[in-house]
Design a binder for this molecule. Structure first.
Ligand code: DOR
Ligand code: ZN
Length: 346
């Protein structure tokens, strides 16, 4: 049995730089036509020039590994000092996504915004709205870790109400209470990861601690997982797939300051096919991994590499580790390492 997906899109992806980029990019480039690349590098992508240089790096890396049919969509990191002219320039250069991290909320968010609703930030939102940007937000408060997304919903509601023409994305939606909010506000949308629909907090610390399942926002309750899974299985009209695949070296994951992030890129489409098949919803996978994003982000398929991705229903084993050969940097442990999946990429 086979399954063919047209132009899969990953609308939330961490690719990193240098040797790490070279090692992780092929997993995405072989399975997706395009991906929205996050700007939280060590030197965050805060300007158009940095974004264009990063795009060039990504395209060169893809070409080196034989993929000339992959398109990175670039995003700009919203810092408190973001210059208005910079936004205009970004727009002229085809960049349409502005990414907001609350300061300190997650990996690489040190340069994020601490006063999200202050006048200066609201001015940036106004200009973003005028220029037709999409505002992608890592929506977490600094409260109790299981309630952070819920507590942040008031900020989403405030921005959505005050900027009705601005499309706003709740990135990596993790809490079932967010679903009601995207359903009540016309200009609010969300991305959903594989890990938040296939796991819950028990998979992090219900047995032995599993640092490879530690991410931000944290995996939540079974009820949250189930509600989010239903949204994915039914290809919720306001939800796009965004993996939030976030590679960290195994040494960083296992260190006492364990890094947040799940490296899911090597398993995404086979694991999603398995999950959708288990729930008799395979017919909705195309909409979840591609069609919804075309609508929500207003993408034009003429500007995206055309890709038919074939999956075969045959068991495949997920590698234990992905080695980064450059100067023996170390390994990255993928999601579902050593597990058998029922589908594989052709
Ligand atoms: O778990 C996460 N890892 N969440 C994020 O928001 C960032 C990401 C990363 O960059 O490692
Ligand atoms: Zn992310």
């Amino acid at each position: 049995m086979t399954l063919t997906l047209q132009n899969p899109l990953d609308m939330h992806l961490h690719l990193r730089e240098g040797a790490m980029l070279d090692s992780v990019l092929p997993f995405t480039a072989q399975a997706f036509s395009a991906a929205l690349v996050m700007p939280n590098l060590k030197t965050p992508i805060t300007t158009t020039d940095l974004a264009l240089a990063y795009k060039k790096q990504i395209l060169e890396s893809a070409t080196k590994s034989g993929y000339t049919d992959f398109m990175p969509f670039m995003s700009i990191f919203l810092t408190p000092s973001l210059d208005k002219n910079e936004l205009q320039k970004a727009k002229l250069n085809g960049i349409r996504i502005l990414k907001l991290y609350p300061k300190g909320a997650t990996t690489g968010s040190e340069n994020g915004v601490s006063e999200i609703l202050d006048d200066k930030t609201l001015e940036v939102f106004a200009l973003a709205q005028k220029l037709g940007f999409i505002l992608s937000i890592h929506g977490e408060s600094n409260g109790f870790c299981m309630d952070r997304e819920f507590e942040f919903l008031r900020v989403f509601k405030h921005i959505a109400t005050n900027f009705p023409e601005l499309r706003i994305i709740i990135e990596h939606m993790s809490d079932r209470r967010s679903l009601e909010v995207i359903e009540s506000y016309e200009n609010l949308y969300a991305t959903l990861t594989l890990h938040h629909i296939s796991m819950n907090l028990d998979d992090v610390c219900g047995g032995m601690l599993n640092p490879h399942h530690f991410c931000k926002p944290m995996l939540k309750t079974k009820k949250d997982q189930q509600a989010l899974l239903q949204a994915a299985l039914n290809a919720h009209p306001k939800v796009s797939f965004g993996s939030d695949s976030a590679p960290h070296l195994e040494s960083a994951k296992l260190s006492p300051k364990g890094a947040a992030g799940i490296f899911s890129a090597p398993v995404l489409l086979p694991a999603l096919a398995q999950l959708f098949e288990e729930h008799n919803k395979l017919e909705n996978l195309q909409a979840f991994v591609s069609d919804r994003a075309f609508g929500i982000y207003g993408l034009d398929s003429a500007n995206i590499p055309q890709k038919s991705v074939r999956l075969v229903r045959e068991p495949s084993i997920v590698p234990s580790k992905i080695n980064i050969p450059f100067h023996n940097m170390g390994d990255i442990v993928p999601l579902f390492a050593d597990k058998i999946l029922q589908w594989r990429l052709d």
